[in-house]
Design a protein. Sequence first.
Length: 230
Amino acid sequence: MAVSPIPLYPGGLVVVQPQRRKHCAGCRRGPLPLLVLEDGVPRCLDCADLGHLVFLPRGDTALTRRAREESALWAVVVRFDRRRGRYDRRGLLVEEPALARAEARCLVDAEARRRRRARDARRRAVEDERFTAAFAAEIVRLFPGCPADRARAIAAHASARGSGRVGRSAAGRALTEGAVTSAVVAAVRHVDTPYDQLLMSGVPRYEARRRIAPALAGVLREWAGAADAG
């Protein structure tokens, strides 16, 4: 897997959370919890003139944005994710007085932001409910033999926000026939065939799919109501 380079952030420096034990090339201190790469060699924050900064973990968007605005000097903290093969953002290093000012600003409008988050959550819930209903209706249109409760369950699973499933893809949001059919096929495979049991018994995925193909096709034919479906 190709390793993505350390990302650059306009206006900010980049500090790395190393996965391996690293020592500063200048003062030899280590192992370092955070480091800066200068000319390809690690430097501790003190040697990189960043030792006075404090770490703000990611998670609070408003606090992060305001701390960055308040801090004359700041750095993005990243850590390499082996599974994804890329560096992920973990937080910021900011000046301590700047963080205090940002926290004070957040306290002033905390209630307003809480109400706004609640409104946004309700709006998203309504949007998700409408989309799930539309997805379920499209399943029933393509597969009129599919029970209504199954169509709803398939639609809810495929379109769950943040799941990365087919219903959240561009094709899924457009309710294309291919995306809807893919969601139905996946549901039938896991619920109506012994596919999961085969995987748990050590059968390779492609072989398991081959074995359950007749049962899968049978359910799809029944739901589609046509002899040549599937």
